[in-house]
Design a protein around this ligand. Structure first.
Ligand code: BV8
Ligand code: ZN
Length: 249
């Protein structure tokens, strides 16, 4: 069954004018980066929705920064996995690939993907919390493990710095949302990889693609709210499924 499905998806990818991809935390799971809602959770006994909010940052900026430094350390020690790498090679072997990611870990860039829309920002950047416009790229600056309870970093203007990511309840960059929606509308094949399809507006993209006639392919280890909408469901880990598709291109 899976073999026939993989053959079918590879055949459609080969002839597709435009392929769009939406990834979530699941594609980074095999790099050792915990997912948001998986059993290993993300951090201590906090849930992401507790900490990834402007209210949490206003209430406990040091705790939020401790969480993000912990994630930067994890991600800094992680490498792109076979799923990220296969996707980056799709950019060269297929006609046109647009990669929309909900992930903030930067692993798609490190895998060599270029055409990326980071809907939720990037954990390696910090920006002024008061909006003076300062953005600081701290890519690869892995915080030391014994950092402990470190001070909240400050912007040159004196305000606090915050992670340059989109928190729950915050609006996404309209230009990025528009680019992602155009990628979904224009896709002949829409691959949805490693996302629980719970977080909007990203979770709305597959139905945009489906309405415009795209073949929607879900790659996940379990069912999600998207499974019933998908034309093809490839059940398995992204780091196995994506190379298996690539081998058939
Ligand atoms: C907004 C950055 C307008 C921070 C993140 C009710 C209905 C609809 C919407 C809402 C609602 N109530 C509130 C909202 C809005 C809210 C939302 O959608 N909430 C959800 C929880 C209901 N959305 C927002 O607030 C967005 N903004 O809508 O603006 C607005 C303005 C004001 C007020 C209201 C609305 C902003 C959302 C962005 C939040 N920021 N990240 C950070 O990372 O620190 S979201 C966070 O969740 C990550 O980006 C993550 O990527 C994302 C989604 O999670 P997933 O990626 O899907 O990861 P998850 O762990 O859930 O699932 C992993 C999947 O992988 C699983 O399915 C698993 O089976 C699979 N998997 C595991 N291993 C593998 C695998 N698959 C393949 N291979 C494997 N090996
Ligand atoms: Zn500032």
């Amino acid at each position: 069954m899976l073999d026939n499905q993989l053959d079918g998806v590879a055949a459609r990818l080969r002839t597709a004018r435009a392929v769009s991809v939406l990834t979530g935390a699941g594609i980074s799971a095999e790099s050792g980066v915990p997912t948001f809602r998986g059993k290993d959770g993300l951090w201590r006994n906090y849930s992401a929705t507790d900490l990834a909010t402007p209210e949490a940052f206003a209430r406990a900026p040091q705790l939020v920064w401790e969480w993000y430094r912990w994630r930067r350390r994890l991600i800094g020690q992680a490498s792109p996995n076979a799923g990220h790498l296969a996707l980056s090679r799709f950019e060269r072997s297929l006609t046109h690939v647009e990669l929309v990611t909900q992930n903030v870990d930067g692993l798609h860039q490190r895998a060599g993907s270029r055409n990326i829309v980071e809907l939720h920002g990037n954990i390696w950047r910090a920006r002024c919390a008061e909006g003076c416009g300062a953005v600081i790229d701290e890519a690869g600056v892995v915080p030391p493990a014994d950092a402990g309870r470190v001070a909240v970093p400050l912007c040159a203007c004196g305000a606090r710095l915050r992670p340059d990511v989109v928190w729950f309840g915050e609006s996404l960059d309209p230009a990025l949302v528009d680019r992602a929606a155009r990628a979904a509308r224009g896709a002949d094949v829409f691959l949805v990889i490693g996302t629980s399809a719970l977080v909007y507006p990203a979770a709305g993209l597959p139905s945009v693609a489906s309405r415009e006639g795209a073949l929607v392919v879900e790659i996940n280890i379990e069912d999600t709210p998207l499974t019933s909408l998908a034309d093809v469901t490839l059940r398995g880990p992204a780091a196995v499924i994506l190379p298996a598709i690539e081998a058939r291109l």
